[in-house]
Design a binder for this molecule. Sequence first.
Ligand SMILES: O=P(O)(O)O[C@H]1O[C@H](CO)[C@@H](O)[C@H]1O
Ligand SMILES: O=c1cc[nH]c(=O)[nH]1
Length: 235
Amino acid sequence: MSIHLNAEPGQIAETVLLPGDPLRAKHIAETFLTDPVLHNTVRGMHGYTGTYKGQRVSVQGTGMGIASSMIYVSELITQYGCKNLIRVGTAGSYQENVHVRDIVLAQAACTDSNINNIRFGAKNFAPIADFELLMRAYQIARERGHTTHVGNIMSSDTFYHDDFDQYKIWADFGVLAVEMEAAGLYTLAAKHGVRALTVLTISDHLVTREETTAEERQLTFNAMIEIALDAALGE
Ligand SMILES: O=P(O)(O)O[C@H]1O[C@H](CO)[C@@H](O)[C@H]1O
Ligand SMILES: O=c1cc[nH]c(=O)[nH]1
């Protein structure tokens, strides 16, 4: 047991999918895992372990934002020995050619969070994905015919910015989309020598203001989960 997870030692698999929303953790467990067992109830942040294609895998909600998600990621790595951590989440597109329902694989993550200023002072750390996980996820997504973009993303501490147009600073430098957790996950993975990837589904568009219906989001979300699971477990 750790402060925020009440799973017993050994109850969490080495491979963990990490959605922000704990109810998505429940959906993933019930839809994709065989014999899922609920192992975390602390703060309602559901975590489950089951099997996928015969291999043990867990799914753990992280909450929204770097601050919340880093608590779960830290405890999963240091208290439960997790080694493959794959965030599966939604993101807002910064680029006209990155459409709603597209998949984005976060090769790297910029951030406006202070987490790495605390660590590195005026020097900048570049949080990046595990190359093997990234490569496998890309191959799987392309083979399945999903429109998939690989590149830099933004992990923001702020969902509602005072200046809506501030995203253009990042868009001008090719950043594909915004979410709120990947930079923290990649930093912790680097610190502890484990593997991490972020797989995203575009749910809304900051340039065109396109949106998806809940049903569409669900369908694309399921495709993203299958990409994440197959990439993590080596298909
Ligand atoms: O869909 P999830 O995984 O929660 O991810 C995105 O959605 C939340 C904001 O609505 C943030 O957590 C952001 O990163
Ligand atoms: O963090 C997020 C997630 C989805 N869409 C956004 O605009 N921001």
